[in-house]
Ligand binder design. Structure first.
Ligand SMILES: C[S@@+](CC[C@H](N)C(=O)[O-])C[C@H]1O[C@@H](n2cnc3c(N)ncnc32)[C@H](O)[C@@H]1O
Length: 235
């Protein structure tokens, strides 16, 4: 099994307990980050009718649900919301929720969609798991319409050893594997999270990769002392 297959397999294994573990471990604060990401994107896109929103690495469907709710809140009509993920287990959980969305099994680097067919493409806490990230970002660029938005929520590597980074490190390296491990009975999966952040990019590095692919940055915003960061980029 290659590295990418191992990651997808790990998500298959924890899919049954993923939602409970997520809510407990994030204390629900991720909800405000997701809500803000949707609202800011709608503000930038500035359209009352949107054809397609694609959520890549959709997992159990959280972002799809937020896109639907926040659009209704802003009286925006979305014709279709599609969630994409290579983990059959995570997709099964998403499908059980009867959301206003459809779900497709696919990887970030090979999206089964036409060129320039998507208005907004989101990926929340998923980009770290995409091993062939450059190919993934190029694929996002391909499927987006000109002027379309790429919306990324991610835990990036913190550059300086600030108080925030120490608190986050302690939480992610000590508390999270323990609590996540107990809830999912899979300690390894929850130890993967801090390691994958360490191996990921800083904000600045991700912005530079997005620029290289051709995107123009519209927003980079850190939440809760930069624990999580929102990136909005335009094609
Ligand atoms: C931490 S979960 C995030 C799920 C969801 N977006 C959320 O915000 O809760 C990461 C997801 O990335 C998916 N994933 C892993 N490798 C991927 C890839 N190469 N392309 C697309 N998704 C991938 C996993 O299956 C998993 O569902």
């Amino acid at each position: 099994m290659n590295k990418q297959e191992k990651i997808v397999n790990m998500f298959n294994n924890i899919s049954g307990t993923y939602d409970v573990a997520n809510r407990v471990l994030s204390f629900g604060v991720d909800k405000s980050w997701r809500k803000d990401a949707c609202d800011k994107s709608f503000k930038f896109y500035d359209k009352k009718e949107i054809d397609t929103i694609l959520d890549v690495a959709c997992g159990t469907g959280d972002m799809c649900e937020f896109w639907d709710k926040r659009a209704k809140n802003s009286k925006i009509l979305i014709k279709e919301i599609i969630g994409v993920d290579p983990s059959v287990g995570m997709l099964q959980k998403a499908k059980e929720k009867n959301l206003v969305a459809s779900f497709v099994e696919a990887e970030a680097k090979k999206l089964p969609f036409k060129d320039a067919s998507v208005d907004i493409l989101s990926i929340s806490y998923g980009l770290r798991n995409v091993i062939d990230r450059k190919e993934g970002l190029e694929e996002f660029y391909r499927v987006l319409k000109p002027g379309g938005l790429l919306v990324i929520l991610e835990f990036t590597k913190l550059q300086k050893a600030s108080i925030a980074s120490r608190v986050r490190d302690f939480y992610m390296k000590r508390i999270l594997p323990l609590v996540g491990g107990i809830l999912s009975k899979n300690y390894e999966a929850y130890s993967y999270l801090p390691n994958s952040i360490e191996g990921f990019l800083t904000k600045e590095m991700l912005v530079s990769e997005l620029n290289e692919v051709g995107f123009t940055m519209k927003e980079v915003k850190g939440y809760s002392m930069d624990i999580s960061t929102l990136f909005i980029a335009q094609k």
